[in-house]
Design a protein around this ligand. Structure first.
Ligand code: FEO
Ligand code: CA
Ligand code: CA
Length: 667
């Protein structure tokens, strides 16, 4: 979903208004005198040459062994991308290059568990049916080989496909649209269906003898929804600001929602990331505490779930109604904005909210290359205008085969400052860190404990002087050299350019990358450069330093993913006039090779859809890609797309299975 617009009406776009009112610098004065080409090369400093020259030995160590893929099969070293670039198009289909196939799979409403209720096109399904079917608006996704936890994770024809369902489109979810009386939601059944269409699906799938993929009836198939019981762990567990009527001790909650991009751990679990959760809540209080105001909680909610009577719904009303926090839901919004770990191989397991990773509009979570005996390091962006990029370093070392349950509970959270020199610093958000304490004193801000810091992550980042970014979306790490790439999708509210965000305003977005200067990725310094400025031919710069062209122009980069040979796959989330009348056509997916600078359009999605979510089998013969919100804004009377089922049917988000017609590796 694109969050650029400011529509906050009931059933609005789900976008969040900018809420960073800090005075953090845009370091605009530092960029003066830099040409765009210098900016692309990473600024002016020493780090730039090192960056462009070669990877550090430590980074090379972390790469896959040359010439062998994750399935243990040899792959050929490439010199150019072996497909013809697609032209931009506006058709109601998924297009891929000649020689490839794209097949829709598990659309919204596919039965996966319980009584396996069939999707009903016209009558609509019940709330309970929806809890047993694939949810709406597919987003981040990961394929776990069936031996991901029990073996080497190299099985390519059988596994668990785990995917997020970011939000709901009420005009399509309900056959006749939602029932609203005098501006209020009145149907508990409708709202329950909406709650159940959110969350995560776990689907066991197998490749048949014909090479097609099928959903297996399996006890592992699972729906996690916006009502599923969860634990809260890490430094904020049990904090006074997490106490609610449901959880007087502040250690449990219900549900996850607005799950955008994702991650997965080295120990075979799934990470789902809570992005624009603030809009699900309302508070009628005149003055909101900082842990609500800095996140954009307002006096009305996006879907009006808080309008209904009953504990399941009243929890979305954060108004103070009782003398004590454990008698109302003033703190319920503090249970959201976290990263949630789900064990997909244990269907009865209770998902865990990992508070050590910080609380913000988490887009996703991506790990630096992991090595036994070293801490785990991971990165997450806060996707809102002028928010930040974060890094987490575990206190303890990764030990394969042993319990790594505490790695995401004990560690240090940092936020990024991108300097115009081409270097950058990770600034600790740690109440025991001397610089952090000095920053708090200078700002006149007090945190009671580390839980308070994490619940107020954005404020902590403001205080230390993090760099305001152009909406950080997905990250990806190049397995060949450990470089970290992040998409900055666009920023209509930027008024002052800086080195890392060089356009003001930034309608088209860009991709930034950095290389850690420490051997184990855990240090505080990095060297950065810009990889790509998206946009039309007249206002863009590709990975080869040249303007983009008909084969690769794009705008609003969002999803990022590296294949194991170090090619970067880029997905777009354009909306509004950029999508409908711009030179970019429908949303798309491109492949870029950082080694050669080559970049080509590989896929174009159907009308009104976003392309988001990507994962592959270890043998790289199957690529899974998600198509979200085809025909966005459709109602039963006005279908703006009928993908994937064809004329007269409601558009449905779905996964697309991409393979080569000859059955070989994709590239
Ligand atoms: Fe849900 Fe930032 O995209
Ligand atoms: Ca987006
Ligand atoms: Ca996204």
């Amino acid at each position: 979903m694109n969050h650029e617009d400011d529509n906050v009406l009931l059933f609005g776009s789900g976008d969040e208004l900018p809420s960073n009112h800090s005075n953090n610098p845009h370091i605009d004065t530092l960029i003066n005198g830099l040409s765009r080409r210098q900016v692309l090369a990473g600024g002016t400093g020493l780090g730039v040459l090192a960056f462009l020259g070669s990877a550090l030995p430590a980074l090379a160590q972390a790469a896959q062994p040359a010439g062998e893929d994750l399935a243990g099969l040899p792959f050929k070293r490439r010199t150019r991308l072996p497909f013809d670039a697609l032209a931009v198009t506006r058709t109601d289909t998924v297009s891929v290059p000649a020689g490839y196939r794209a097949t829709p799979f598990i659309p919204w409403g596919t039965p996966i568990t319980g009584s396996y209720p069939a999707f009903l096109e016209n009558a609509g399904n019940s709330a309970q049916d929806q809890a047993e079917q694939v949810g709406m608006n597919h987003d981040g996704m990961h394929f776990f080989p069936i031996d991901a936890q029990s073996g080497k994770g190299r099985i390519s024809d059988h596994g668990l496909l785990v995917l997020n369902h970011e939000y709901i489109d009420a005009g399509l979810l309900h056959p006749n649209g939602p029932t609203v009386v005098a501006g209020k939601r009145v149907s508990a059944e409708e709202v329950r269906k909406e709650i159940n269409a959110h969350g995560v699906s776990v689907v066991e799938i197998r490749r048949n003898l014909q090479g097609g993929w099928e959903v297996m009836p399996s006890a592992r198939n699972r729906r996690v929804t916006a009502a599923t019981p969860m634990q809260i762990r890490g430094p904020a567990r049990g904090h006074a600001l997490l106490r609610t009527r449901y959880s007087p001790d502040g250690n449990a909650t219900r549900g996850t929602q607005n799950n955008c991009a994702n991650g997965f751990t080295p120990w075979g679990t799934y990470l789902t990331c809570e992005e624009n959760w603030a809009g699900y809540f309302a508070s009628a209080d005149a003055a909101l505490p900082r842990e609500l105001s800095r996140y954009g909680v307002r006096n009305s909610s996006r879907y009006g779930w808080d309008h209904l009577v009953g504990d399941d719904f009243e929890r979305f009303d954060a108004t103070r109604k009782a003398p004590a926090a454990n008698e109302d839901y003033r703190n319920e919004p503090n249970h959201f904005g976290w990263i949630v770990e789900i064990d997909p191989f244990a269907p009865e397991s209770v998902p865990v909210k990992r508070t050590a990773l910080g609380r913000f509009a988490h887009e996703g979570l991506v790990f630096a290359p992991v090595k036994p005996g070293r801490p785990v390091v991971c990165y997450s962006g806060d996707d809102s205008q002028n928010e930040y990029i974060y890094k987490y370093v575990s206190r303890d070392k990764y030990r394969p085969g042993r319990s790594n349950d505490r790695l995401l509970d004990e560690g240090t959270l940092y936020v990024a400052r991108f300097d115009a020199s081409g270097k950058g610093q990770w600034l600790a958000l740690d109440i025991h860190d001397d610089s952090f304490q000095r920053a708090c004193t200078a700002a006149g801000v007090r945190f009671a404990d580390q839980g308070d810091v994490l619940i107020n992550t954005r404020l902590a980042a403001d205080i230390v002087g993090a760099t305001k970014m152009d909406r950080p979306e997905w990250g990806a790490v190049n397995p060949e050299n450990g470089e970290v790439y992040f998409s900055l999708t666009n920023n209509s509210s930027r008024t002052t350019a800086d080195a890392a965000n060089p356009r003001s305003a930034n309608p088209f977005g860009h991709i930034i990358r950095w290389r850690e200067l420490s051997k184990d990725y855990a240090g505080r310094s990095f060297a950065w450069s810009l990889f790509l400025l998206a946009g039309p031919e007249t206002d863009s710069m590709g990975p080869n330093g040249q303007p983009l062209n008909a084969d690769n122009r794009l705008a609003s980069p969002d999803g990022l993913w590296f294949d194991e040979e170090g090619r970067l796959w880029i997905q777009t989330d354009m909306s509004g006039s950029q999508l409908h009348t711009g030179p970019f056509g429908n949303n798309q997916m491109l492949v870029a090779d950082p080694k050669t600078g080559e970049m080509k359009r590989f896929l174009v999605g159907p009308l009104g859809a976003e392309v988001t979510g990507i994962t592959a089998t270890p043998d790289f013969r199957t690529l899974f890609v998600n198509i979200q919100h085809p025909g966005e804004g459709s109602t039963a009377d006005n279908l703006l797309s009928t993908w994937p089922d064809g004329p007269g049917t409601r558009p449905r988000s779905a996964t697309v299975i991409i393979s080569r017609a000859d059955g070989r590796r994709l590239l």
